[in-house]
Design a protein around this ligand. Structure first.
Ligand code: 1GP
Length: 250
């Protein structure tokens, strides 16, 4: 059953054509600068902060960051775990994900089984997500032992997304990988959109509003931006992306 965060995202999607999530990697930025950044992106219209990533494995550091973010911002903090160490208290929700195209069953269902009791104990809202890694060579691809779906094989991504829907998952995340040189192509988003009714998240390598626009036009509901914000002067670019994606005819 959909909880508070999911219901809220859905109602935002009735008014806006797409939402922006900002990914904060607790290993890249210290707590103070991450909190400052989160405050700024909240003002620019981000709908949630994702905390985690495949290489963020320091649970204590992550827990500290989430606790501090929670005191400062109003938008939901959604955990984005790369492993069981990514489950920490005080966040609002968690992308409870199966890396469906992993070659290692640990990332498909075992880490999830090991992490589930903590999700319950910490009162985190689980957002059932099919996490699909597209392409190769990124940390998510390597750490998650993914057999990356080729960028130009949209029908394969659509088949996985349809399977996810049949499994009852309400989110699909098409992931090119953090800092990827290529982002997911609009053709793939379009194919997935044809078969998947839930919330479609797209991320990895998105750096400008033109790309953001094409992905939203193709059917993305949520865009995730992380690496762009590690560069100076990038907030203006984020503001542009945030503004652009809210009013697009799909
Ligand atoms: C990575 O999709 C997210 O998990 C964000 O990617 O860091 O390339 O923006 P970037």
């Amino acid at each position: 059953m959909a909880g508070h965060v999911e219901t809220n995202l859905k109602s935002q999607l009735v008014k806006k054509s797409a939402l922006l999530f900002v990914l904060i990697d607790s290993e890249v930025s210290n707590v103070n600068s991450a909190v400052k950044l989160a405050k700024e992106v909240e003002k620019l219209g981000a709908s949630a902060i994702l905390v985690g990533g495949s290489s963020a494995t320091d649970q204590i550091e992550m827990a500290e960051l989430v606790k501090n973010l929670k005191k400062t911002i109003k938008i939901p903090i959604i955990l984005f775990p790369g492993n069981i160490t990514g489950v920490v208290p005080h966040a609002d929700a968690i992308l409870f994900s199966s890396l469906m195209n992993s070659e290692n069953p640990y990332f498909i269902s075992q880490a999830q089984a090991l992490g589930a009791p903590s999700v319950k104990k910490f009162g985190l809202e689980p957002l059932p997500t099919a996490y699909l890694v597209i392409g190769e060579g990124t940390s998510a691809w390597f750490v998650g032992a993914a057999r990356g779906i080729p960028f130009d094989k949209p029908k394969i991504a659509a088949a996985y997304s349809l399977a996810a829907q049949f499994f009852g998952m309400r989110f699909v995340y098409l992931e090119a990988g953090s800092g990827a040189t290529l982002n997911v192509k609009p053709e793939m988003v379009k194919e997935v959109r044809k078969v998947f009714d839930g919330i479609l998240i797209v991320g990895g390598g998105i750096k400008d509003s033109k790309t953001a626009k094409t992905l939203v036009k193709a059917g993305a509901d949520v865009l995730v931006i992380g690496t762009l914000l590690e560069k100076k002067g990038s907030l203006q670019k984020l503001a542009e992306i945030s503004k652009t994606i809210q009013n697009i005819k799909k």
